[in-house]
Design a protein around this ligand. Sequence first.
Ligand SMILES: O=P(O)(O)OP(=O)(O)OP(=O)(O)OC[C@H]1O[C@@H](n2cnc3c(O)ncnc32)[C@H](O)[C@@H]1O
Ligand SMILES: [Mg+2]
Length: 184
Amino acid sequence: MLTFVTGNKNKFKEVSKILEGKIEIENQDIDAPEVQGSIEDVARAKCEYAARIVNGPTITEDTALCFNALNGLPGVYIKWFVKGIGLDGLNKLLVAFEDKSADAICTFAYTEGPNKPVHILQGVCSGKIVNPRGPPTFGWDSVFEPDEQQSDQPKTFAEMDPSEKNQISHRAKALKKLQDFLLK
Ligand SMILES: O=P(O)(O)OP(=O)(O)OP(=O)(O)OC[C@H]1O[C@@H](n2cnc3c(O)ncnc32)[C@H](O)[C@@H]1O
Ligand SMILES: [Mg+2]
C-alpha cells in the first residue's frame, strides 16, 4: 500500500478522484514540517520526514502558487500568505503590477521508504490572479483563472466542476507523471 501523507482533505479527495483506483492510496494525516528553500528542497524534506513515520512507500505533495510579477513568490509559502492576508490580499499584492499571471505548481515526492531515494514529479498550470469568483471551498481556487479553458466564458478553478479542474490542473499533470513513473 502507498501512503499519501497530507493534512489536506481536499488534496486527498482530488488525488483519489484523478487516480480512479489505478493506484491504491491511503491517507495519513501527519503535519510534516516544511523547510524553507526551493520547491524541490521543501518536497524532499517533507517526504523524507513522512517516510520515517510511515516506514513504507510514501508520497507527499506540495503546492506552490508563483506570481510572475513577484519572481515566483509567494511560491511554496502560499499557505501562509492566504492565512495572513486572505484571497483579497493576494489581489492587492499585484495592484502595482500589470502582470497578473501566475503558475500553480504541484510537486509530488515519492519514496519506497526511509533512507531510499526520493523522486520528484511536477505539474504546472499557468493562469492569472483575479478577484474571487466561485465557492471558497479549496484554498485559492476562487482567485485562480487557468489559461486553459473549455469555453469562451473563462472560469476560475472554483467555478469549474471538479472533473473540469481535474482535467487541466497542476495536480492532474503532476499525477500523470507520478502514475507513469510508478506503473513502469
Ligand atoms: O499537509 P499538506 O499536504 O502540506 O497540505 P497543505 O494544505 O499544508 O498544503 P501545502 O503545504 O502544499 O500548501 C499549499 C496551500 O495551497 C492550497 N492549495 C493546494 N492545492 C490547491 C488547489 O488545487 N487549489 C487551491 N488551493 C490549493 C492549500 O490549501 C494550502 O493553503
Ligand atoms: Mg503543508
